[in-house]
Ligand binder design. Structure first.
Ligand SMILES: [Zn+2]
Length: 281
């Protein structure tokens, strides 16, 4: 874990140590954190290291979406205002009711043991569509776009032309798009919106810092792959047949990564359901 300064007032750790990335923007009088990683221990290390590099106190945490690898470190910021979309709050309330650490999970991934002491820490302030944080000469714009999950939001810091995309971008990786609320059409709209923004640097939800070229790659993959799935549905393919289909466009080296086969299958299964449902309307 290393806190990288990526702008005059912007910081991020994209090492993957906390699974999801974590970032920060220092405004005039206070500092805002973006996402909290899967592990309270990683969030603590990030916070302590960041506090040696900034002059203002950490006052707010903004969450891009409800997945565990972006919100389970929240307890480290329980002294802060925790901001999210309304949809995220509802998903996290459900998560708080249903989350359990199974013995089989711990056996497979012993590093999850620290989550035995997880304090599920929910947002304290929500927004419907957008929220701006203004402080002195600075502004942070938060916008819900959906796509990866229905509550997925991005954080834009125009003064430094930096975008925190959340999991709408897994830089140089095949994305996980298997959430039950994943909407590939909204995802493509979000990517097109990113193209319109004046952005030089992107901090993705996973993977290293990237730039707008990654958005073009993502759009191409989404457009081609969803077209194939829609075409297969029109031809009467079942979900099982779609998952066995061999001629999807290649996108990064998903076939070599651990768990990559599941990630791909879960993604295509969700997209099949999404377009199948749409084709019946
Ligand atoms: Zn996610």
């Amino acid at each position: 874990m290393k806190v990288h300064q990526i702008g005059n007032r912007t910081f991020a750790d994209t090492s993957g140590e906390g699974r999801g990335n974590i970032g920060a923007i220092e405004l005039q009088n206070y500092t805002v954190i973006i996402d909290s990683t899967l592990f309270p221990s990683t969030a603590t290390t990030f916070r302590q290291s960041l506090e040696t590099q900034i002059k203002s106190p950490i006052r707010k945490l903004v969450l891009t979406h409800y997945h565990a690898d972006h919100v389970f470190g929240n307890q480290v910021f329980k002294d802060c205002e925790i901001i999210s979309s309304v949809q995220l709050l509802h998903r996290m309330e459900e998560q708080a009711r249903t989350f359990e650490l199974r013995a089989s999970d711990l056996k497979e991934r012993p590093e999850l043991a620290e989550l035995k002491r997880l304090e599920m820490t929910l947002p304290t302030m929500t927004f419907e569509k957008t929220m701006s944080l203004r402080d002195g000469d600075f502004v942070i714009e938060i916008t819900r776009v959906g796509g990866h999950t229905e509550g997925s939001s991005f954080v834009y810091f125009p003064q430094e032309r930096i975008l925190f995309s959340g999991d709408l971008i897994f830089a140089k990786e095949f994305p996980w798009a298997g959430d039950a609320t994943c909407d590939p059409q909204e995802w493509m709209s979000a990517l097109n919106l990113f193209k319109e923004l004046d952005v030089e640097t992107i901090v993705p939800g996973h993977g290293s810092i990237c730039d707008k070229r990654e958005i073009d790659k993502y759009l191409e993959f989404f457009e081609e792959t969803t077209a194939v799935i829609r075409d297969l549905i029109d031809k009467g393919f079942t979900k099982r047949e779609v998952l066995q289909y061999q001629d999807f466009p290649r996108f990064y080296t998903y076939e070599r990564r651990k768990g990559a086969h599941e990630r791909r299958s879960e993604t295509f299964a969700r997209w099949y359901d999404f377009y199948k449902q749409g084709s019946k309307e």
